[in-house]
Design a protein around this ligand. Structure first.
Ligand SMILES: [Zn+2]
Length: 206
């Protein structure tokens, strides 16, 4: 597929699935997660496929990984969003949250920018874990959330906080989260948790 296909209401579902499968051709791990489409199609039937970020904007407040949005699981079927969503789904410790809208994560961009230091550092830790899980899935070099200057700016704005007196300490903390994530996770564990959680969603939603 050379160019983005033309989406219409009628072909939306099948084209975005086709486009998605094409987009993961270079990643055998992702192909494995989505190989047995027939087996997990009952789950996919309740998933809104999408390749276009703009579509999410039309679905009010949708942040890209919302199960149970009007009884649908919404997940961004495109790259790089898909590895991000898988990362969020598998990293939740409290598994009951997979059934909550936005996985129970409070989110609104304008609120987030003004969020408390506690809420912000919680989110930063979570997003760093998800970033590292993405790097494992993509066989990529580990990245820090601070590669996005917005996150570093927001963190600096909230220092001092707790054990952090300066931003360098937050940088080191992120490095330790990266190390822990790479130690505790590998592709096998991601695969196991992905299918386990898809199975639970399937049971609950079908
Ligand atoms: Zn995220």
């Amino acid at each position: 597929m050379s160019a983005m296909p033309k989406f219409t209401k009628e072909n939306y579902f099948s084209l975005s699935k086709e486009y998605f499968l094409e987009s993961i051709k270079d990643n055998s791990f992702l192909q494995k997660l989505f190989t047995d489409m027939d087996k997990i199609l009952p789950v996919y039937n309740t998933i809104q496929y999408s390749c276009m970020y703009d579509d999410y904007i039309e679905i009010s407040n949708f942040i890209g990984y919302s199960p149970n949005y009007k009884n649908n699981i919404l997940i961004g079927f495109c790259r790089p969003a898909i590895t991000h969503e898988i990362g969020h789904l598998v990293e939740l410790d409290d598994i009951s949250r997979i059934f909550k809208k936005d996985f129970g994560i409070p989110y609104a961009p304008e609120k987030f920018i003004r969020s408390s230091a506690k809420g912000f550092f919680c989110a930063l830790a979570r997003e760093q874990r998800v970033y590292s899980l993405e790097d494992i899935m993509n066989n990529a070099k580990s990245r820090s959330k601070f590669e996005n200057p917005m996150w570093e700016f927001m963190a600096a704005d909230r220092c001092p906080f707790g054990k952090f007196t300066k931003i360098e300490q937050v940088k080191d903390w992120l490095q330790s989260i990266i190390q822990q994530t790479f130690t505790n996770w590998d592709r096998d564990r991601i695969e196991f948790e992905w299918f386990r959680r898809l199975g639970m969603l399937k049971e609950k939603l079908i």
